[in-house]
Design a protein around this ligand. Sequence first.
Ligand code: CTP
Length: 400
Amino acid sequence: MDKPKVVLGVSGGIAAYKACELLRRLTESGHDVRVVPTASALHFVGAATWSALSGHPVSTEVWDDVHEVPHVRIGQHADLVIVAPATADMLAKAAHGLADDLLTNTLLTARCPVVFAPAMHTEMWEHPATQENVATLRRRGAVVIEPAVGRLTGVDTGKGRLPEPAEIFEVCRRVLARGVTEPDLVGRHVVVSAGGTREPLDPVRFLGNRSSGKQGYALARTAAARGARVTLIAANTGLPDPAGVDVVPVGTAVQLREAVLKAAADADAVVMAAAVADFRPETYAAGKIKKKDDQEPEPIVLVRNPDILAEISADRARPGQVVVGFAAETDDVLANGRTKLRRKGCDLLVVNEVGERKTFGSEENEAVVLGADGSETPVPHGPKEALAETVWDLVAERLS
Ligand code: CTP
């Protein structure tokens, strides 16, 4: 089979050096990558680096190898175009269809999915001109990854950082896997909770669970790759932030509830993939609980935590909001799942069978997605991102 053909466009920002790492990941995972830098990108990373890492010649203008008509061929043959970093100038040119160098020509001739990973100073990102250009590109079907928040060039920090190359690579992989399908979650805001809550007993101890957060992160990544604005409420996961996703870290069930309710206020869909503790210790000891040799241990008294899924299902923040829950069951999986779906009042419930064989923290999953409309969608054993795609397919159906 031919290797998937990827065009890596690089525009002139300091984050161009990070694109070398993205290029390496793409080539090492079996993609044929053609790098098309702009002339200003070469101020940051030279043509020799791009050529050596990609194994292809590199040019910035349409005047090299004219007999091969590169300004048309490169775009026509691509399976994916990723522009990283995309400067404010590049977004403006792409939004307006300018074609004054090889990369902008390639963007006009490509009929494959196009991903932009912008990087610039916060002021430039927030400027209405840039925001309108981004909206135009998204409306036309491009995936524009939200920049990360953090250290920028010089002493500045804020929104505008290029997300980590490993995470941009994940977006590329997912967009490539879906092919030329329209990014169907463009303009949607989705909220995903992930991980497991921890209920503190004292400053050093807590009651927790083994949820890794991987399924929730797969949901966040796939939604971002399908064009959604994603808020990920992450409970104790320790996983790297997915590209283009707003991550809100939380600890306890009460904090998770607050964060979910706040983010859900303007959300089109909420997916509760987090394992929420049903109970928390009634009291919290401000100092470490000490053992006393002559005394039996004190019993731990538990109180109920709020049921967040039931609450957001019963009281939808906006009409038509789609609410999805997860349930892990050991016996009578489907019957218990149906009962839970009704009890929680959500639209979809992803039911997993758990047992000794099926461990937490694995890369794979197998489930049935039950719909409040009586539907039943089995998802065979496979990567967590495949299950995530099915969940978003079902959510998108209900949103449209
Ligand atoms: N959930 C929640 N708030 C809670 C507990 C659970 O929002 N306090 C959500 C989880 O995020 C998940 C779904 O509810 O999406 C199912 O959780 P589960 O623990 O299976 O449901 P329970 O109501 O606790 O049922 P069980 O008695 O089987 O534990």
